[in-house]
Design a protein around this ligand. Structure first.
Ligand SMILES: [Zn+2]
Length: 451
């Protein structure tokens, strides 16, 4: 009897010691192992089933079939055997104007964003703070100020560097390069000569250029070395005959009327040029969709994410629907037709081997940080992409465009451990991208509001 009591006491003591030692042992061996039922790794390769994803610190170490075992005794584990894992999503076109967006992006599995025009001080400080681990938020690739010309009233906004001469254009790029931006962004009033100067100057600093273009068509821009075309701008202009392009009103910001007059016999040549030069196109179908929607449709569709949006923006958006929206969309039929043609072009470009990036332009009215990237992915499927191709646009395609030093976009060894655990398989129904169970950023689960 006495012996039994001693044994029980010993066992209890051991259990207590083990429980106390567990955090220490885990700290010594900080491996997280996720057991994935399905893994869509973002490379475009077929889905893997029943694998262990080994994560050490902030990096993916290896991926092995569950049958091979090898899970360290004291590893932390996440059991996702009935779930699907995808890479953390990348929104390739945002304006990260408010720190509050950090939580919203992560909530919706968006673990990286490319900022396409912002106050340079603000965005670089935020980027560096997140990179240093002093703030939780998505990894930011930033362009700082967008480079524009004085031709439009908001050319001098706090997000813009205004240039009027080649010398000023070179200086603007130099200042941004010294500040260590990741991209240079040119904006739509910049004339051809200055666009070309910016691209050349950026090249000398090893920086890629993204363009929301208007006074330069996509053919010219790509020949000069532009790396990504934003909102599919400049493409319709390259598909018109030259007279129509010259006549186009200078304030067509996303070219709806140009798309109505594109010449089908020109598509193949342009697509070949874009594919041959390895250009990425940020389709931005959400923006075209919102232009083709009615004000009531926009107001009605976002109950859930609206609850995450600061009231300041919602008020602003309601005002936008009463004013600028009405002006921009007075000819709604043309937007409906434009949306169709943009979708068709993007599908043809993808079919020819072109790289499409998913980007939203949030917080343009009714384009929500985080949530709207899912809308963009879903719209790509509407446009004729397979669910796998649409997911690629928001994951692995970024690697092709951002370059290998961007350690994001795929769940493969050596990459940053950013991933999303989904309840349901998005290849069966793309809307399942929203069935988010857990988000892992830099190897750590992100606390989520809705869970
Ligand atoms: Zn933008």
């Amino acid at each position: 009897m006495r012996k039994k009591v001693v044994i029980i006491r010993c066992l209890c003591l051991m259990a207590v010691v083990c429980a106390a030692a567990l955090p220490v042992l885990r700290a010594v061996n900080p491996t997280l192992v996720i057991r994935a039922g399905l893994l869509i790794d973002g490379t475009g390769d077929p889905v893997q089933t029943n694998v262990h994803i080994f994560i050490r610190g902030a990096s993916i170490q290896k991926i092995r079939p569950v049958s091979q075992g090898g899970v360290p005794l004291f590893a932390r584990r996440i059991d996702a055997r009935n779930r699907t894992i995808i890479p953390g999503l990348i929104d390739s076109h945002v304006h990260f104007v408010d720190e509050v967006f950090c939580g919203q992006f992560l909530e919706f599995g968006v673990t990286s964003v490319r900022d396409m025009g912002n106050n340079t001080d603000f965005i670089l400080e935020l980027r560096d703070r997140i990179n240093a681990g002093r703030r939780s938020g998505p990894t930011i690739f930033a362009s700082g100020y967008l480079i524009n010309n004085r031709r439009i009233p908001f050319g001098a906004s706090r997000y813009t560097a205004v240039v009027n001469t080649p010398e000023e254009a070179r200086r603007a790029v130099e200042v941004l390069a010294r500040r260590r931006v990741d991209w240079i962004k040119v904006y739509f009033t910049l004339p051809p000569l200055l666009t070309r100067t910016v691209i050349q100057a950026a090249k000398s600093h090893g920086l890629p250029v993204a363009g929301h273009i208007r006074r330069v068509d996509a053919r010219q821009a790509v020949r000069w070395g532009m790396k990504t075309i934003e909102h599919t701008t400049g493409i319709a202009e390259a598909l018109l005959n030259q007279d129509e392009f010259e006549d186009a009103p200078p304030l067509w910001t996303i070219s709806n009327r140009a798309w109505l007059h594109t010449d089908r016999s020109r598509y193949d040549d342009l697509i070949n040029l874009l594919v041959h030069n390895g250009v990425g196109i940020t389709a931005n179908l959400t923006l075209y969709r919102s232009m083709a929607s009615t004000a009531d449709e926009l107001k009605a569709k976002h109950d859930h994410p609206e609850s995450l949006m600061p009231i300041f923006y919602l008020d602003g958006w309601v005002n936008y629907l009463k004013g600028r929206f009405l002006e921009l969309t007075a000819d709604r039929d043309s937007w409906i037709e434009t949306e169709k043609k943009v979708k068709e072009f993007i599908r043809l470009f993808k079919d020819a081997g072109g790289t499409v990036l998913a980007g939203t332009d949030t917080p343009w009215p009714y384009l929500f940080p985080g949530y709207s990237l899912h809308e963009e992915i879903h719209l790509l499927v509407d446009a004729g992409f397979t669910p796998m191709e649409a997911l690629q646009a928001a994951t692995g395609n970024a690697v092709k465009i951002f370059g290998e030093k961007a350690d994001i976009g795929t769940v493969t060894p050596g990459k940053r451990a950013d991933l999303v655990i989904l309840r349901d398989n998005p290849l069966a129904d793309i809307h399942n991208t929203l069935s988010i169970v857990r988000v892992i950023k830099n190897g750590r689960p992100v606390p989520r509001k809705n869970k």
